[in-house]
Design a protein around this ligand. Structure first.
Ligand code: LMR
Length: 396
């Protein structure tokens, strides 16, 4: 049965961590997979999460299955974080939220749910987009098309080209948009651009599908959902795949959610039943631990405040590193303007290097980054930044 199976190459992002681990160069730098790292280079458990774990350890009295859609408090707080507690769609019961296994699990469950109800639905994804979007959404049966998004030459969003491609999106199509902190380019839509997308969706009837994996890591918890909330108050329908991997540091706990906003409460109930049935056919019921921690933190005013402060610290650190990197590259005398990195958001930016230059950074300098020249800014710290700058200057 398995004799003719061919070995697959390592994942272009996750494979970098494995290669980094076995590299014996003491100067090695890991700017690969998108996990937050502190100044010491660790991906710590957040203090509020640790406190919630202590509480959970003391109070959890069963490991029986949880509800198919996840704990009620998790559902409530997830929906409120996305839309705002006073959003009319919540009061009117026009949304459903279902716990799923991380942002990726949420994307896949949402895609499967949509494809089962409308096989071969077309989904427009940005070019570039996160490497894993294509297999996650495509394998569910959705038909993928791309829209231009990032112009590598000007380091900015090709908004006119994006909108002229999206002019072909119609009722029954999905348009996947990164809610904030675009992965891989870090370039986010501004408020006027979100407005134009909302108007196009309203006029043409397509349904936005928001991937929100980095809420709180760009400009702030509320600022980062400006576009999502604008769409939610303009349009009748919306799909969101959100994740607590990054803003709660719950990566390995696989904690995310599918949220669907519909025109009326009857459709929301129907969508909820279809989504949990879809998940039942894939992995049955969701993992409990991470969702329980989110619910504990969000319910407890002191823990919630502590989490918010820790998240602010993480965001400020990333933004500080962006500025430092730009200044140090400028000071190194490289003949290139990197100032765009300062304006981009979240963990990622492209360095704008070609494949050969990236290869040299990895092979000669032990600086691990994705082949597209995407770096995880959070992997930079005061001990490695000068080496990083010198190495970039050397390959330029
Ligand atoms: C990334 O893009 O590095 C993260 O979203 C982690 C992953 O699973 O690829």
């Amino acid at each position: 049965m398995f004799q003719s199976i061919e070995r697959r190459p390592p994942d272009p992002i996750l494979g970098l961590s494995a290669a980094y681990k076995v590299d014996t160069n003491p100067d090695k730098v890991d700017l690969g997979v998108g996990v937050y790292k502190d100044e010491a280079g660790n991906c710590p458990v957040m203090k509020a999460v640790k406190a919630a774990e202590n509480l959970l350890w003391k109070t959890e009295d069963s490991k029986s299955y949880i509800a198919q859609a996840g704990p009620e408090l998790f559902i409530k707080h997830t929906a409120e974080l996305l839309l705002g507690a006073d959003h009319p769609a919540l009061g009117e019961g026009r949304t459903c939220t279902v716990l799923a296994a991380g942002g990726s699990g949420s994307l896949r469950v949402a895609a499967e749910f949509i494809n089962r109800n409308a096989p071969g639905t077309r989904i427009f994804v940005s070019d570039p987009t996160w490497n894993n979007h294509i297999p996650l959404l495509g394998s569910a049966g959705l038909k993928l098309e791309t829209y231009p998004y990032y112009d590598h030459a000007s380091h900015s969003i090709s908004f006119d080209a994006m909108m002229s491609k999206l002019a072909g999106a119609k009722k029954g199509d999905l348009v996947l948009i990164h809610g904030c902190c675009h992965n891989p380019c870090g370039a986010d839509l501004n408020q006027a651009q979100w407005q134009a997308v909302a108007e196009a969706a309203l006029k043409q009837g397509f349904t936005p599908f928001i991937d929100l994996a980095y809420q709180g890591l760009g400009d702030g918890l509320v600022e980062d959902v400006y576009g999502l909330r604008l769409l939610a108050s303009t349009l009748p329908e919306l799909v969101v795949a959100s994740s607590f991997s990054k803003n709660f540091g719950l990566y390995r706990e696989r904690t995310g959610a599918v949220t669907v906003m519909t025109e009326n409460s009857k459709s929301a109930e129907a969508a909820n039943s279809q989504i949990v049935a879809t998940a039942r056919e894939i992995y049955s019921v969701p993992p409990a631990h991470g969702a329980a921690l989110v619910a504990i933190v969000m319910e407890d005013a002191a823990l919630r405040q502590e989490w918010d402060m820790e998240l602010t610290e993480m965001r400020d650190r990333i933004n500080g590193l962006r500025s430092q990197l730009v200044s140090k590259l400028q000071a190194s005398g490289v003949d290139r303007d990197f100032s765009f990195i300062r304006n981009e958001k979240g963990m990622f930016s492209f360095l704008g290097l070609n494949a050969e230059q990236v290869k040299r950074l990895v092979n000669e300098f032990s600086i691990y980054l994705v082949g597209s020249s995407r770096i995880n800014v959070a992997g930079i710290n005061n001990r490695n930044i000068d080496y990083l700058v010198q190495s970039i200057a050397a390959v330029l």
